[in-house]
Write a protein that binds this ligand. Structure first.
Ligand code: GDP
Length: 424
Protein backbone atom coordinates (compact mmCIF):
# COMPACT_ATOMS: atom_id res chain seq x y z
CA UNK A 1 0.00 0.00 0.00
CA UNK A 2 1.19 3.48 -0.80
CA UNK A 3 0.32 6.51 1.31
CA UNK A 4 1.20 10.07 0.40
CA UNK A 5 1.82 12.80 2.96
CA UNK A 6 1.37 16.19 1.32
CA UNK A 7 0.59 19.80 2.20
CA UNK A 8 -2.72 21.62 1.74
CA UNK A 9 -1.36 25.14 1.65
CA UNK A 10 1.95 26.97 1.28
CA UNK A 11 4.13 24.35 2.97
CA UNK A 12 5.43 24.25 6.55
CA UNK A 13 2.25 22.54 7.68
CA UNK A 14 4.15 19.93 9.69
CA UNK A 15 4.53 17.22 7.02
CA UNK A 16 7.91 16.23 8.43
CA UNK A 17 6.45 15.41 11.81
CA UNK A 18 3.53 13.47 10.32
CA UNK A 19 5.85 11.53 7.99
CA UNK A 20 8.28 10.78 10.81
CA UNK A 21 5.33 9.53 12.86
CA UNK A 22 3.80 7.39 10.08
CA UNK A 23 7.23 6.06 9.10
CA UNK A 24 7.12 3.89 12.19
CA UNK A 25 4.71 1.59 10.33
CA UNK A 26 6.31 2.02 6.90
CA UNK A 27 9.06 0.15 5.07
CA UNK A 28 10.05 2.71 2.48
CA UNK A 29 9.85 6.51 2.45
CA UNK A 30 10.20 8.28 -0.86
CA UNK A 31 10.83 11.91 -1.76
CA UNK A 32 9.25 12.45 -5.18
CA UNK A 33 9.64 16.15 -6.03
CA UNK A 34 11.36 19.37 -5.04
CA UNK A 35 14.84 19.82 -3.76
CA UNK A 36 16.76 21.34 -0.91
CA UNK A 37 14.76 24.57 -1.17
CA UNK A 38 12.34 23.70 1.60
CA UNK A 39 12.94 22.06 4.90
CA UNK A 40 11.16 19.74 7.26
CA UNK A 41 11.73 20.14 10.95
CA UNK A 42 11.67 16.97 12.97
CA UNK A 43 11.89 16.54 16.69
CA UNK A 44 12.51 13.03 18.00
CA UNK A 45 14.59 11.12 20.52
CA UNK A 46 17.82 12.00 18.70
CA UNK A 47 17.20 15.75 18.83
CA UNK A 48 15.92 18.42 16.47
CA UNK A 49 16.73 18.21 12.77
CA UNK A 50 16.09 20.30 9.69
CA UNK A 51 16.01 17.97 6.71
CA UNK A 52 16.06 19.31 3.18
CA UNK A 53 16.69 16.28 1.02
CA UNK A 54 16.59 13.13 3.12
CA UNK A 55 13.10 11.70 3.58
CA UNK A 56 11.72 12.27 7.07
CA UNK A 57 11.68 8.52 7.76
CA UNK A 58 15.47 8.28 7.91
CA UNK A 59 15.55 8.10 11.71
CA UNK A 60 14.26 4.55 11.90
CA UNK A 61 16.57 1.62 11.28
CA UNK A 62 13.80 -0.48 9.68
CA UNK A 63 13.09 1.98 6.84
CA UNK A 64 14.69 2.61 3.47
CA UNK A 65 14.94 6.24 2.37
CA UNK A 66 14.51 6.81 -1.34
CA UNK A 67 15.27 9.83 -3.50
CA UNK A 68 12.91 9.45 -6.45
CA UNK A 69 13.43 10.52 -10.04
CA UNK A 70 11.26 13.62 -9.56
CA UNK A 71 13.60 15.21 -7.01
CA UNK A 72 16.09 17.99 -7.73
CA UNK A 73 19.04 16.18 -6.22
CA UNK A 74 21.78 18.30 -4.71
CA UNK A 75 24.41 15.67 -4.03
CA UNK A 76 26.64 17.68 -1.62
CA UNK A 77 23.56 18.71 0.40
CA UNK A 78 22.40 15.10 0.63
CA UNK A 79 25.80 14.03 1.88
CA UNK A 80 26.09 16.83 4.39
CA UNK A 81 22.68 15.83 5.74
CA UNK A 82 23.65 12.18 6.07
CA UNK A 83 26.82 13.19 7.92
CA UNK A 84 24.89 15.54 10.17
CA UNK A 85 22.36 12.99 11.36
CA UNK A 86 24.97 10.25 11.76
CA UNK A 87 27.17 12.61 13.80
CA UNK A 88 24.21 13.15 16.16
CA UNK A 89 23.90 9.42 16.82
CA UNK A 90 21.28 8.39 14.25
CA UNK A 91 22.16 4.98 12.74
CA UNK A 92 23.34 5.25 9.11
CA UNK A 93 20.09 5.24 7.11
CA UNK A 94 19.57 2.88 4.16
CA UNK A 95 19.47 5.23 1.17
CA UNK A 96 18.63 4.66 -2.47
CA UNK A 97 18.94 7.30 -5.16
CA UNK A 98 17.12 6.92 -8.46
CA UNK A 99 19.40 6.56 -11.46
CA UNK A 100 16.86 8.77 -13.22
CA UNK A 101 16.99 11.60 -10.69
CA UNK A 102 18.56 14.72 -12.10
CA UNK A 103 21.23 16.69 -10.32
CA UNK A 104 21.26 20.30 -9.22
CA UNK A 105 24.44 21.63 -10.80
CA UNK A 106 26.59 24.31 -9.18
CA UNK A 107 25.59 26.69 -11.98
CA UNK A 108 21.89 26.21 -11.23
CA UNK A 109 22.50 27.78 -7.84
CA UNK A 110 24.46 30.64 -9.42
CA UNK A 111 21.77 31.27 -12.04
CA UNK A 112 19.13 31.34 -9.32
CA UNK A 113 21.08 34.06 -7.46
CA UNK A 114 21.89 36.04 -10.60
CA UNK A 115 18.28 35.99 -11.78
CA UNK A 116 16.93 37.17 -8.43
CA UNK A 117 19.53 39.96 -8.49
CA UNK A 118 18.56 40.90 -12.02
CA UNK A 119 14.83 40.99 -11.15
CA UNK A 120 15.52 43.15 -8.10
CA UNK A 121 12.24 44.21 -6.47
CA UNK A 122 10.30 41.98 -8.89
CA UNK A 123 11.97 38.79 -7.69
CA UNK A 124 10.07 35.66 -6.64
CA UNK A 125 11.71 35.43 -3.23
CA UNK A 126 13.55 32.26 -4.27
CA UNK A 127 15.56 30.37 -1.66
CA UNK A 128 18.36 30.45 -4.26
CA UNK A 129 18.86 26.70 -4.11
CA UNK A 130 18.89 26.44 -7.89
CA UNK A 131 15.48 24.79 -8.13
CA UNK A 132 13.87 26.91 -10.86
CA UNK A 133 16.96 26.80 -13.14
CA UNK A 134 17.21 23.06 -12.44
CA UNK A 135 13.64 22.27 -13.53
CA UNK A 136 13.88 24.68 -16.48
CA UNK A 137 16.87 22.71 -17.72
CA UNK A 138 15.19 19.38 -17.02
CA UNK A 139 12.25 20.26 -19.22
CA UNK A 140 14.48 21.97 -21.79
CA UNK A 141 16.19 18.57 -21.94
CA UNK A 142 19.62 19.86 -20.96
CA UNK A 143 19.66 18.45 -17.43
CA UNK A 144 22.00 15.79 -16.08
CA UNK A 145 20.64 12.46 -14.83
CA UNK A 146 22.55 10.57 -12.16
CA UNK A 147 22.94 7.71 -14.66
CA UNK A 148 24.95 10.00 -16.95
CA UNK A 149 27.75 10.26 -14.38
CA UNK A 150 28.63 6.68 -15.26
CA UNK A 151 29.30 7.25 -18.95
CA UNK A 152 32.48 9.31 -19.02
CA UNK A 153 32.76 10.03 -22.72
CA UNK A 154 29.20 11.26 -23.18
CA UNK A 155 29.44 13.19 -19.94
CA UNK A 156 32.54 15.07 -21.08
CA UNK A 157 30.97 16.07 -24.39
CA UNK A 158 27.78 17.18 -22.74
CA UNK A 159 29.61 19.27 -20.14
CA UNK A 160 31.43 21.16 -22.90
CA UNK A 161 28.21 21.70 -24.82
CA UNK A 162 26.24 22.90 -21.79
CA UNK A 163 29.01 25.28 -20.69
CA UNK A 164 28.91 26.93 -24.12
CA UNK A 165 25.21 27.68 -23.78
CA UNK A 166 25.40 28.77 -20.16
CA UNK A 167 28.40 30.99 -20.82
CA UNK A 168 26.48 33.04 -23.39
CA UNK A 169 23.99 34.00 -20.68
CA UNK A 170 26.67 34.51 -18.06
CA UNK A 171 28.61 36.86 -20.30
CA UNK A 172 25.84 38.84 -21.97
CA UNK A 173 22.86 38.75 -19.60
CA UNK A 174 24.37 38.51 -16.14
CA UNK A 175 27.93 39.83 -16.69
CA UNK A 176 29.35 37.20 -14.38
CA UNK A 177 32.39 34.86 -14.47
CA UNK A 178 32.18 32.08 -17.07
CA UNK A 179 32.00 28.34 -16.40
CA UNK A 180 35.09 26.20 -16.94
CA UNK A 181 34.17 22.78 -18.39
CA UNK A 182 37.19 21.09 -16.79
CA UNK A 183 36.26 22.37 -13.37
CA UNK A 184 32.65 21.30 -13.83
CA UNK A 185 33.71 17.85 -14.96
CA UNK A 186 35.93 17.48 -11.87
CA UNK A 187 32.94 18.41 -9.67
CA UNK A 188 30.81 15.81 -11.40
CA UNK A 189 33.47 13.17 -10.75
CA UNK A 190 33.24 14.02 -7.05
CA UNK A 191 29.44 13.73 -7.24
CA UNK A 192 29.82 10.34 -8.89
CA UNK A 193 32.01 9.03 -6.05
CA UNK A 194 29.58 10.34 -3.45
CA UNK A 195 26.43 8.93 -5.01
CA UNK A 196 27.72 5.65 -6.52
CA UNK A 197 26.96 3.38 -3.53
CA UNK A 198 23.28 4.39 -3.51
CA UNK A 199 22.26 4.45 -7.16
CA UNK A 200 19.33 2.21 -7.95
CA UNK A 201 16.58 1.55 -10.48
CA UNK A 202 14.00 2.96 -8.08
CA UNK A 203 10.80 2.28 -10.02
CA UNK A 204 11.70 -1.37 -10.33
CA UNK A 205 12.66 -1.55 -6.65
CA UNK A 206 9.33 0.01 -5.63
CA UNK A 207 7.35 -2.23 -7.98
CA UNK A 208 8.86 -5.29 -6.34
CA UNK A 209 8.30 -3.83 -2.89
CA UNK A 210 4.63 -3.31 -3.75
CA UNK A 211 4.29 -6.90 -4.88
CA UNK A 212 5.80 -8.03 -1.58
CA UNK A 213 3.16 -6.03 0.27
CA UNK A 214 5.55 -3.41 1.63
CA UNK A 215 4.24 -0.14 2.99
CA UNK A 216 5.49 2.86 1.05
CA UNK A 217 5.19 6.50 2.14
CA UNK A 218 5.51 9.31 -0.36
CA UNK A 219 6.68 12.52 1.28
CA UNK A 220 5.68 15.73 -0.43
CA UNK A 221 7.37 19.07 -0.10
CA UNK A 222 5.55 22.43 0.14
CA UNK A 223 1.78 22.32 -0.55
CA UNK A 224 -1.02 22.69 -3.09
CA UNK A 225 -0.75 26.47 -3.34
CA UNK A 226 2.86 26.12 -4.53
CA UNK A 227 1.98 23.69 -7.32
CA UNK A 228 2.97 25.09 -10.73
CA UNK A 229 -0.42 24.15 -12.25
CA UNK A 230 -2.88 24.48 -9.41
CA UNK A 231 -1.07 26.91 -7.14
CA UNK A 232 -0.74 30.69 -7.08
CA UNK A 233 1.16 30.95 -10.36
CA UNK A 234 3.81 32.35 -10.76
CA UNK A 235 4.48 32.43 -7.01
CA UNK A 236 4.89 28.68 -7.05
CA UNK A 237 7.64 26.13 -6.96
CA UNK A 238 8.94 24.42 -10.07
CA UNK A 239 7.76 20.85 -9.52
CA UNK A 240 4.31 19.51 -8.75
CA UNK A 241 3.51 19.38 -5.05
CA UNK A 242 0.44 17.16 -5.56
CA UNK A 243 0.05 13.57 -4.39
CA UNK A 244 -0.79 12.57 -7.96
CA UNK A 245 2.72 13.54 -8.99
CA UNK A 246 4.00 11.05 -6.43
CA UNK A 247 3.27 8.33 -8.97
CA UNK A 248 5.47 10.04 -11.54
CA UNK A 249 8.20 11.32 -9.26
CA UNK A 250 8.69 7.90 -7.68
CA UNK A 251 7.81 5.72 -10.67
CA UNK A 252 4.74 4.05 -9.17
CA UNK A 253 1.38 3.19 -10.75
CA UNK A 254 -1.13 5.97 -9.97
CA UNK A 255 -3.69 3.48 -8.61
CA UNK A 256 -1.16 2.32 -6.00
CA UNK A 257 -1.64 5.53 -3.97
CA UNK A 258 -4.52 4.53 -1.74
CA UNK A 259 -4.27 7.06 1.03
CA UNK A 260 -3.59 10.74 0.70
CA UNK A 261 -2.90 12.35 4.04
CA UNK A 262 -3.13 16.08 3.63
CA UNK A 263 -1.41 18.08 6.32
CA UNK A 264 -3.18 21.28 7.23
CA UNK A 265 -2.00 23.70 9.91
CA UNK A 266 -4.49 25.22 12.39
CA UNK A 267 -3.49 28.71 11.20
CA UNK A 268 -1.70 29.93 8.07
CA UNK A 269 1.87 30.83 7.27
CA UNK A 270 3.65 31.48 4.02
CA UNK A 271 7.09 32.39 2.80
CA UNK A 272 8.03 34.42 -0.23
CA UNK A 273 5.94 36.89 -2.18
CA UNK A 274 2.37 36.48 -3.46
CA UNK A 275 -1.25 36.88 -2.44
CA UNK A 276 -2.07 35.73 1.09
CA UNK A 277 -5.68 36.63 1.77
CA UNK A 278 -5.93 35.83 5.48
CA UNK A 279 -2.57 37.46 6.31
CA UNK A 280 -2.24 39.38 9.56
CA UNK A 281 0.30 42.02 10.49
CA UNK A 282 1.86 43.91 13.38
CA UNK A 283 1.80 42.72 16.97
CA UNK A 284 -0.97 40.19 16.27
CA UNK A 285 1.21 38.49 13.64
CA UNK A 286 4.40 38.79 15.70
CA UNK A 287 2.83 37.02 18.62
CA UNK A 288 1.51 34.12 16.49
CA UNK A 289 4.91 33.89 14.75
CA UNK A 290 6.76 33.79 18.07
CA UNK A 291 4.47 31.13 19.50
CA UNK A 292 4.02 29.18 16.25
CA UNK A 293 5.44 25.81 15.22
CA UNK A 294 8.12 24.61 17.57
CA UNK A 295 10.20 27.64 18.48
CA UNK A 296 8.60 30.15 16.15
CA UNK A 297 7.61 30.38 12.51
CA UNK A 298 10.92 30.96 10.78
CA UNK A 299 11.99 29.22 7.55
CA UNK A 300 13.76 25.87 8.07
CA UNK A 301 16.06 26.62 5.11
CA UNK A 302 16.53 30.37 5.24
CA UNK A 303 15.60 31.39 8.80
CA UNK A 304 13.33 34.03 7.23
CA UNK A 305 10.35 35.07 9.39
CA UNK A 306 7.24 33.50 7.85
CA UNK A 307 4.21 35.60 6.92
CA UNK A 308 1.34 34.77 9.27
CA UNK A 309 -2.41 34.54 8.88
CA UNK A 310 -5.60 33.01 10.23
CA UNK A 311 -6.81 29.62 9.02
CA UNK A 312 -8.07 29.93 5.46
CA UNK A 313 -11.00 27.60 4.75
CA UNK A 314 -11.20 28.63 1.09
CA UNK A 315 -7.54 27.85 0.38
CA UNK A 316 -7.56 24.69 2.51
CA UNK A 317 -10.73 23.26 0.98
CA UNK A 318 -9.17 23.77 -2.44
CA UNK A 319 -5.81 22.46 -1.22
CA UNK A 320 -7.36 19.25 0.11
CA UNK A 321 -9.47 18.72 -3.00
CA UNK A 322 -6.57 19.04 -5.41
CA UNK A 323 -4.51 16.67 -3.31
CA UNK A 324 -7.39 14.19 -3.24
CA UNK A 325 -7.45 14.00 0.55
CA UNK A 326 -8.58 10.75 2.12
CA UNK A 327 -7.44 12.05 5.52
CA UNK A 328 -6.59 15.46 6.91
CA UNK A 329 -3.93 15.78 9.60
CA UNK A 330 -4.69 19.01 11.44
CA UNK A 331 -1.47 20.28 13.03
CA UNK A 332 -0.09 22.81 15.48
CA UNK A 333 -3.46 23.24 17.16
CA UNK A 334 -1.76 23.62 20.55
CA UNK A 335 -0.29 26.96 19.49
CA UNK A 336 -3.71 28.65 19.36
CA UNK A 337 -4.38 28.04 23.07
CA UNK A 338 -3.42 31.62 24.02
CA UNK A 339 -6.17 33.37 22.05
CA UNK A 340 -9.46 34.64 23.50
CA UNK A 341 -11.05 34.54 20.08
CA UNK A 342 -9.85 33.00 16.84
CA UNK A 343 -10.80 34.51 13.49
CA UNK A 344 -11.11 32.07 10.58
CA UNK A 345 -11.32 33.05 6.91
CA UNK A 346 -14.53 31.50 5.54
CA UNK A 347 -14.84 33.28 2.21
CA UNK A 348 -13.20 35.68 -0.21
CA UNK A 349 -14.83 38.91 -1.26
CA UNK A 350 -13.84 39.69 -4.84
CA UNK A 351 -15.32 42.75 -6.59
CA UNK A 352 -18.17 42.84 -4.10
CA UNK A 353 -19.04 39.14 -4.38
CA UNK A 354 -18.32 36.48 -1.81
CA UNK A 355 -17.00 33.12 -2.93
CA UNK A 356 -15.68 29.98 -1.24
CA UNK A 357 -13.99 28.76 -4.43
CA UNK A 358 -10.27 29.46 -4.66
CA UNK A 359 -9.70 31.73 -7.67
CA UNK A 360 -6.87 32.17 -10.18
CA UNK A 361 -4.07 34.55 -9.27
CA UNK A 362 -5.39 37.75 -10.84
CA UNK A 363 -8.66 37.48 -8.90
CA UNK A 364 -6.90 36.26 -5.79
CA UNK A 365 -4.89 39.50 -5.70
CA UNK A 366 -8.18 41.38 -5.25
CA UNK A 367 -9.68 39.05 -2.65
CA UNK A 368 -10.49 40.34 0.82
CA UNK A 369 -11.04 37.87 3.65
CA UNK A 370 -14.50 37.23 5.06
CA UNK A 371 -13.77 36.37 8.68
CA UNK A 372 -15.80 34.48 11.23
CA UNK A 373 -14.66 34.61 14.82
CA UNK A 374 -14.75 31.49 16.95
CA UNK A 375 -14.24 31.44 20.72
CA UNK A 376 -10.79 30.37 21.94
CA UNK A 377 -10.20 27.69 24.59
CA UNK A 378 -7.46 29.37 26.62
CA UNK A 379 -5.88 26.09 27.61
CA UNK A 380 -2.63 24.25 26.95
CA UNK A 381 -3.75 21.12 25.10
CA UNK A 382 -0.30 19.53 24.80
CA UNK A 383 -0.17 16.07 26.28
CA UNK A 384 -3.85 15.30 25.64
CA UNK A 385 -4.24 11.98 23.78
CA UNK A 386 -8.00 11.62 23.48
CA UNK A 387 -10.19 13.79 21.31
CA UNK A 388 -12.98 13.93 23.90
CA UNK A 389 -10.53 15.38 26.41
CA UNK A 390 -9.90 18.48 24.33
CA UNK A 391 -11.72 21.58 25.61
CA UNK A 392 -15.12 22.00 24.03
CA UNK A 393 -14.23 25.17 22.13
CA UNK A 394 -11.17 23.45 20.76
CA UNK A 395 -13.27 20.57 19.42
CA UNK A 396 -15.69 23.12 17.99
CA UNK A 397 -12.82 24.77 16.16
CA UNK A 398 -11.74 21.43 14.65
CA UNK A 399 -15.29 20.47 13.71
CA UNK A 400 -16.09 23.87 12.25
CA UNK A 401 -13.04 23.69 10.01
CA UNK A 402 -13.77 20.09 9.03
CA UNK A 403 -17.21 21.14 7.89
CA UNK A 404 -15.87 24.12 5.95
CA UNK A 405 -13.18 22.17 4.11
CA UNK A 406 -15.34 19.10 3.52
CA UNK A 407 -12.69 16.45 4.22
CA UNK A 408 -12.33 14.30 7.34
CA UNK A 409 -9.83 15.44 9.95
CA UNK A 410 -8.67 12.06 11.22
CA UNK A 411 -5.60 13.24 13.12
CA UNK A 412 -5.03 16.26 15.31
CA UNK A 413 -1.44 17.14 16.17
CA UNK A 414 -0.93 18.95 19.46
CA UNK A 415 2.84 19.19 19.75
CA UNK A 416 5.99 18.70 17.68
CA UNK A 417 6.88 15.22 18.99
CA UNK A 418 6.02 11.85 17.46
CA UNK A 419 3.64 11.00 20.28
CA UNK A 420 1.78 14.35 20.17
CA UNK A 421 -1.12 13.07 18.12
CA UNK A 422 -4.84 12.50 18.64
CA UNK A 423 -6.59 10.06 16.31
CA UNK A 424 -10.26 10.61 15.66
P1 GDP B 1 6.92 20.83 6.92
O1 GDP B 1 7.79 21.47 5.91
O2 GDP B 1 5.51 20.70 6.45
O3 GDP B 1 7.47 19.54 7.42
O4 GDP B 1 6.81 21.81 8.15
P2 GDP B 1 8.01 22.51 8.99
O5 GDP B 1 8.88 21.49 9.51
O6 GDP B 1 8.61 23.61 8.22
O7 GDP B 1 7.16 23.25 10.11
C1 GDP B 1 6.49 22.61 11.07
C2 GDP B 1 7.01 23.10 12.41
O8 GDP B 1 6.02 22.87 13.34
C3 GDP B 1 8.21 22.32 12.89
O9 GDP B 1 8.99 23.17 13.70
C4 GDP B 1 7.60 21.20 13.71
O10 GDP B 1 8.46 20.70 14.72
C5 GDP B 1 6.44 21.91 14.31
N1 GDP B 1 5.26 21.10 14.55
C6 GDP B 1 4.70 20.12 13.80
N2 GDP B 1 3.54 19.71 14.34
C7 GDP B 1 3.35 20.48 15.45
C8 GDP B 1 2.30 20.57 16.42
O11 GDP B 1 1.30 19.87 16.37
N3 GDP B 1 2.48 21.50 17.41
C9 GDP B 1 3.55 22.31 17.48
N4 GDP B 1 3.63 23.18 18.47
N5 GDP B 1 4.54 22.26 16.58
C10 GDP B 1 4.43 21.36 15.59
Amino acid sequence: MVKAVVGANWGDEGKGKITDMLAKEADIIVRFQGGANAGHTIVNDYGKFALHTLPSGCFYSHTTSVIGNGVALNIPVLFREIQEIVSKGVPMPKILVSDRAQMVMPYHILFDQYEEERLGGKSFGSTKSGIAPFYSDKYAKIGFQVSELFDEETLRDKVVRICETKNVLLEHLYHKPLLDPQELLATLHEYKDMVAPYVCDVSSYLWNALKEGKEILLEGQLGTLKDPDHGIYPMVTSSSTLAAFGAIGAGLPPYAIQKVIVVCKAYSSAVGAGAFVSEIFGEEADELRRRGGDGGEYGATTGRPRRMGWFDCVASKYGCRLQGATDVAFTVLDVLGYLDEIPVCVGYEIDGEVTTEFPTTVKLEKAKPVLKTLPGWKYDIRGIRKYEELPENCRRYVEFIEEQIGFPITMVSNGPGREDIIYR
